[in-house]
Design a protein around this ligand. Structure first.
Ligand code: 4NP
Length: 160
């Protein structure tokens, strides 16, 4: 493949998926692959359309050098299923919600983001929205781990 488009998906698109988007952007820029890997994020829900990422997510990310401030919440749209090569979901509820609206021919594009992690055993990135700051730190740790693995997997698919 010459280029690959990936979309990170959570429930609200204000905590986990914008964090994963920013982490992946950083890694892809470092790898000088920004022109070849398209990165976006979306939520399965519609509550936070147009909203900036949660302040707690922004602060936790900023401490690690990621800037989420320009990102705005959006809901996954029917046109996304053909546009993206891969949907990286955070948990099983996101997977179920996405699968239920995804045309059958695109369903194999839906994967748990944590499948790509190597330093964490957890299958999912738990929703930090209703918890404390530590949940945002843990979500970022998991995103950093999984996005490193994801980048390796995508590199292997890109033709030199
Ligand atoms: P996210 O977190 O799915 O990681 O963006 C959430 C944000 C908002 C809500 C739930 C989860 N909410 O219920 O409004």
């Amino acid at each position: 493949m010459n280029s690959i488009a990936v979309c990170f998906v959570c429930l609200g698109n204000i905590c986990r998926s914008p964090s994963a988007e920013a982490v992946m952007r950083g890694l892809v820029e470092q790898a000088k692959l920004a022109g070849r890997i398209v990165i976006d994020s979306a939520g399965t829900g519609n509550w936070h359309i147009g909203a900036a990422p949660d302040d707690r997510a922004q602060h936790a990310a900023k401490r690690r050098g990621y800037d989420l401030s320009a990102l705005r919440g959006r809901q996954i749209a029917a046109a996304d299923f053909a546009r993206f090569d891969l949907f990286l979901v955070m948990d099983d509820a996101n997977a179920a919600a996405l699968t239920s609206i995804c045309p059958p021919e695109h369903r194999d594009k839906i994967r748990l983001l944590m499948e790509f992690a190597s330093r964490h055993d957890s299958r999912v990135i738990v929703d930090p929205y209703f918890g404390g700051e530590e949940g945002f730190e843990r979500a970022l740790d998991q995103c950093e781990d999984a996005c490193e693995g994801l980048l390796k997997a995508l590199r292997a698919q890109l033709v030199a």
